[in-house]
Design a protein around this ligand. Structure first.
Ligand code: PHE
Length: 454
């Protein structure tokens, strides 16, 4: 059977950017920069980008395109026993989707809440009590939080409809879900920067503190952010690239993906810190007191800031809609890209019908995701997120690198992608794949293990 194909190059590149640009860009990057030396963080960030981000994304594109299979099939073609590494990657990704979809579920609930600005007055209380209905600990499941279950169901139905017919439909969806969040973010940036106090926020975000560069933690954060933000290690980019004709450009596509993704992160910082600066100004406190990252930023602090905008509740509702629509369109293509990595693997291996695989994948993930829709959901989400991000992603990435760097040999792959690509990569790429990136990942894993057992 003929392999499914993207309609054109744009569809593929947009889908890859869509996977890379997700919640991590909006709530992880700005806060990381702020915490790790502001503008100075850009130095380790770009070094990480050039020494591991770009080389790895080129590697994943080249693997998928050369072998025309998802991660498990690709690794099996290199040598049969390595197929299991591919399944490990896909499985780790599948675990992430189960809770990424729950966060998307919260976003649906907030979209509805925008019409009455339901969080007004106490956004923290609204998030924890009205939405999550949070219990006292992970052992106390305490039944399901119904709004979250509904949001979760809507998310999975959406993902099912986008993926069930193959990547041609995905290509159409990303024509909207990639530009839309950028435009919405642009509106938020303009609003933020024209508010009093915004500039102080931006100063917090960007004033370089070069002394931080001596701190190992800053470098660890930069490398981890690059792996996470480029959706590396889970075989997503392998699956996406496997739907490209075998002679398409690789390095150029990779550079576009990488720089577009960083641009979106950087822009998000202006929206977030401009708004936080205004909030601090209204409350008469330093920006450091309101600065936040992660779910707390998106679901509590930012909504609170929206309430303080001049113009009352209508304005708050409108900006709420803009903000949550941005998160929704930003996150949804990251969510379905992880699912695609799994579907590609299952389809390749057993030749099952795509619709059927997609249906069961979505249904089972929905059911597993119900754990995070219980009243103890947030505790579980934190625990699982911690383990998959710190170990799943890094171990899966390391296994992939070992296979390419030490078994297949980087030169073999470079001899494949250089002739078909506009920009040629030199032997430095082999060095990054064989030594540098594995060394970084081993360091991250060991460092995390030590932290775990201390
Ligand atoms: N890259 C996505 C983001 O920045 C997150 C993601 C990680 C998506 C891993 C898929 C796989 O939000």
């Amino acid at each position: 059977m003929q392999r499914d194909r993207w309609t054109n190059r744009l569809a593929f590149v947009l889908a890859a950017i869509g996977s890379a640009a997700g919640l991590g860009n909006a709530w992880r990057f700005p806060y990381m920069a702020y915490e790790n030396g502001g503008g100075a963080f850009l130095i380790p960030y770009f070094i990480a980008l050039l020494t591991t981000g770009l080389p790895l994304i080129v590697m994943e594109y080249a693997l998928g395109q050369k072998y025309q299979q998802g991660a498990p099939g690709t690794l099996a073609k290199i040598k049969k026993p390595f197929e299991s590494f591919g399944w490990f990657a896909v499985l780790a990704g599948a675990v992430i989707t189960t809770y990424y979809a729950v966060i998307m579920g919260w976003i649906w609930v907030y979209l509805k809440a925008c019409f009455k600005v339901e969080w007004a007055g106490n956004a923290g209380e609204f998030f924890e009590n009205s939405i999550l209905q949070i219990s006292s600990g992970p052992g106390e499941l305490g039944g399901l939080a119904i709004p979250v279950v509904i949001g979760l169901a809507i998310t999975w139905i959406t993902i099912y409809y986008i993926l069930r017919n193959g990547v041609k439909d995905v290509g159409k969806v990303v024509l909207i879900t990639v530009p839309a969040p950028v435009i919405l973010m642009g509106i938020l940036v303009i609003r933020a920067l024209t508010l009093p106090g915004a500039i102080e926020g931006i100063n917090y975000y960007l004033t370089p503190d070069f002394s931080k560069l001596l701190d190992v933690k800053v470098w660890i954060d930069a490398y981890s952010q690059i792996f996470f933000t480029l959706s590396l290690g889970f075989g997503i980019m392998i699956a996406y690239a496997s739907y490209m004709p075998e002679d398409s450009d690789i390095t150029n596509n990779a550079m576009i993906t990488v720089f577009a993704n960083s641009g979106i992160s950087f822009l998000a910082g202006f929206a977030v810190f401009g708004t936080l600066g205004y909030m601090a100004h209204v409350q008469g406190v330093p920006v450091s007191e309101v600065a936040a990252g992660g779910p707390g930023l998106a679901f509590v602090v930012y909504p609170e800031a929206i309430n303080m905008l001049p113009g009352g509740s209508v304005v708050a509702g409108i900006f709420g809609l803009i903000f949550f629509l941005m998160l929704l369109t930003l996150g949804i293509d990251s969510a379905f890209s992880i699912v695609e990595a799994g579907i590609a693997g299952l389809e390749d291996k057993w030749g099952w019908k795509r619709k059927k695989v997609t249906f069961w994948f979505c249904l089972i993930s929905f059911v597993i995701g119900l754990l995070y829709a219980t009243k103890a959901g947030l505790y579980w989400l934190d625990i699982v997120d911690h383990w998959v991000n710190n170990f799943g992603l890094t171990i899966a990435g390391l296994l992939e690198l070992i296979v390419v760097g030490w078994i297949l040999k980087p030169k073999t792959l470079r001899d494949y992608f250089n002739p078909i690509s506009e920009f040629k990569f030199g032997a430095w790429w082999d060095f990054c794949i064989k030594y540098l990136s594995p060394a970084v990942l081993i360091y991250l894993i060991v460092n995390q293990l030590i932290k775990e057992f201390k």
